[in-house]
Every structure is written in structure tokens, then in C-alpha cells.
Design a protein around this ligand. Structure first.
Ligand SMILES: [Zn+2]
Length: 137
């Protein structure tokens, strides 16, 4: 259940990143998922769906962007994409390479509900209830 621990970390990271906005105002989380994480996007999605129910993110959606696996060669300096998990330089065929992308589940961006929208709604409802000045949260 590797994907559950990854998603738990991701949720905690998203909540921190959204601050000072409240966690429940996060509408969408965009993440990049690399093949070296060894987890399937569909499993990450499922883990998120089942974990979010018990958090403030229960109305939040997750969008997963599948990342290619890329590396840089330490011999010739070539940047290349790794296909079929062949860890060799595409240019000089040596195996002294360093992974540059594709080994992580990374938070890319968040969509947080605009504070202005909620304030506008609050202003509208206060005109009908006439209890101006006693609003909290
Ligand atoms: Zn090379």
C-alpha cells in the first residue's frame, strides 16, 4: 500500500502549501507522477479518493500528470528520456547517468477557492438578515 503513504504526504503538503487559506477551500490538486515511484496513477487516484473523505479535502479533486522518466549523462552531458527502463545514455551508451525527473510524486499546483467569492456571498446574505457586524467565520 505504498500509494497510501505517498498520498498522505501529498495531502499534508497541499494543506501546508494552501495556507493561510483553509484546507477545505482547496478545490483541485495537480501532481506529477513519475514511473520510478512504482505506483500506478489509477491507484494513487483511488488512494486519494478513500483518504480525502476523512480530511478537510473531502470535496477536492486530484489531477495526475504522468511524467516521462528523464536523465542526464555524467559522461557526455546529454539529456534524454529513458524508455523501457534502459538506464543507459541515449547518446554515448554509458551507464553513468543521473535521473533528473520521473522518480517522485510531486505537488505541482493547487486550485484554491477565491476568498473574494465567499466574502461576496456573505455580503449578499447579510443584506437579507440585517445582522451586520455580528458575522463570524
Ligand atoms: Zn552519454
Amino acid at each position: 500500500m505504498h500509494e497510501f503513504s505517498l498520498v498522505q504526504l501529498l495531502i499534508a503538503q497541499a494543506v501546508r502549501a494552501a495556507a493561510p487559506a483553509k484546507p477545505e477551500s482547496i478545490r483541485m490538486i495537480h501532481v506529477a507522477l513519475g514511473p520510478l515511484t512504482g505506483v500506478e496513477p489509477v491507484l494513487v487516484q483511488q488512494a486519494f479518493e478513500s483518504l480525502k473523505a476523512s480530511t478537510a479535502l473531502n470535496t477536492c479533486e486530484l489531477e495526475i500528470l504522468e511524467q516521462p522518466l528523464t536523465a542526464v549523462c555524467l559522461e557526455c552531458g546529454a539529456d534524454f528520456e529513458i524508455n523501457n527502463f534502459v538506464f543507459r545514455c541515449a547518446n554515448c551508451n554509458c551507464d553513468r547517468i543521473q535521473i533528473t525527473q520521473g522518480d517522485e510524486l510531486r505537488l505541482v499546483s493547487l486550485q484554491v477557492e477565491e476568498q473574494a467569492t465567499t466574502q461576496m456571498l456573505a455580503a449578499c446574505s447579510s443584506t437579507t438578515t440585517s445582522n451586520k457586524g455580528t458575522q463570524d467565520e
